[in-house]
Design a protein around this ligand. Structure first.
Ligand code: ASP
Length: 335
């Protein structure tokens, strides 16, 4: 293994260029800036190898195939590098960092996903600092898991959410403390970092058909039933508070029941920013459970959706997936 960090550009604002329609990714535009930053560091930063998705994308165009492609590249080059930086758009970065944590079990090396709110070619870009921080985390073995670095924090990838559409501290993990603070020094909270154990793998299989819906007063049962029709295999319900839903809407509950008896795995997370689903605290939450939904505890919607897609895509039995959705498999939930 050499000492070169692999930098994979998936796209996003960090490498974008202005066009008449707004910022858009341009193949080949980002690499020279990164080379220049590394060169100017006069050895303070590790050397890099640079690869790019063909073509780099605005992450609003990301698909489960994009997650699979990124995971495949990282897995195939795992032995060749001490660590990995994935440059990615911020819009769906939390989905990708969650998905990678499930697609690359026991990876055992740092995978740092980062990007920028302002293109690196612009004077006030945050991309330079984020890239430098990510390289510094990726080259040392202290945090051997999939993380998301942005602004002043290093977050567990499957705990992160985008919380700001324009601010430079755009990500947070409100239900789990940062794994490191990125200040004058990079201060790692070692007690929170997951140990590297197990045999590294690349989860095989295509990703399943899943969806996420947010409850709101008046959500029609027939719309829910339509969403739950084939080919849906898994559904994340972003429920109220501690995991509550409309227990008096019997048609709504019947739609959940019909879906679960057809083998759809229905998982409840909270639409609150902080806290967790607490099974059994309210009768309105118990009704969802009786209809067959399983509690997603303190998982983010992004983590629940990608975990469901990965697990169901492996062809595991419905009962196994229902159980695993409540188990901690990559640090995504607090049991
Ligand atoms: N639309 C961009 C993207 O997600 C936003 C960004 O990178 O900040 O690719």
């Amino acid at each position: 293994m050499g000492d070169r960090v692999l930098v994979l550009n998936a796209g996003g604002t960090i490498g974008m260029v202005g066009t008449p329609h707004g910022y858009a990714p341009v193949p080949g535009a980002l690499g020279p800036y990164l080379d220049w930053i590394v060169e100017m560091s006069r050895g303070e930063l590790p050397p890099i190898d640079f690869v790019e998705l063909d073509p780099p994308i605005d992450s609003a165009n990301a698909t489960p195939e994009s997650w699979g492609e990124i995971a495949r590249i990282l897995f195939e080059r795992r032995a060749d590098h001490p660590g990995f930086v994935v440059l990615h758009g911020t819009d769906t970065m939390a989905y990708t960092s969650s998905a990678l944590s499930f697609l690359l079990p026991s990876f055992g090396k740092p995978v740092v996903v980062t990007g920028a709110q302002i293109p690196i070619a612009r004077t006030r870009s945050d991309g330079r600092q984020n890239f430098i921080g990510a390289l510094e985390v990726a080259v040392q073995p202290a945090v051997p898991e999939v993380t998301l670095l942005f602004g002043e924090v290093l977050l567990r990838g499957n705990r992160a959410m985008k919380v700001d559409a324009s601010g430079l501290d755009a990500f947070d993990s409100p239900r789990f403390p940062p794994l490191a603070e990125i200040g004058m020094d990079i201060v790692v909270n070692h007690a929170l970092v997951r140990a590297a154990d197990g045999v590294p793998g690349l989860t095989a299989g295509t990703l399943a058909n899943v969806a996420a819906v947010r409850l709101f007063p008046g959500f029609s049962a027939s719309i829910l039933a339509n969403i739950c029709a084939p080919p849906l295999q898994g559904l994340v319900i972003e429920a109220y508070g501690a995991g509550n839903g409309p227990s008096e809407d019997l048609q709504f509950l019947a739609a959940i029941e019909a879906a679960t008896s057809r083998g759809v795995v229905v998982v409840v997370v909270t639409q609150c920013v902080r806290g967790s689903v607490q099974p059994g605290v309210y009768a309105t939450g118990s009704a969802l459970a009786r209809a067959g939904a399983v509690p997603g505890l303190d998982m983010t919607s992004e983590a629940a959706l990608t975990k469901l897609a990965v697990l169901l895509g492996q062809g595991l039995s419905t009962d196994t997936v229902r159980q695993m959705m409540q188990d901690d498999i990559a640090g995504e939930l607090t049991p």
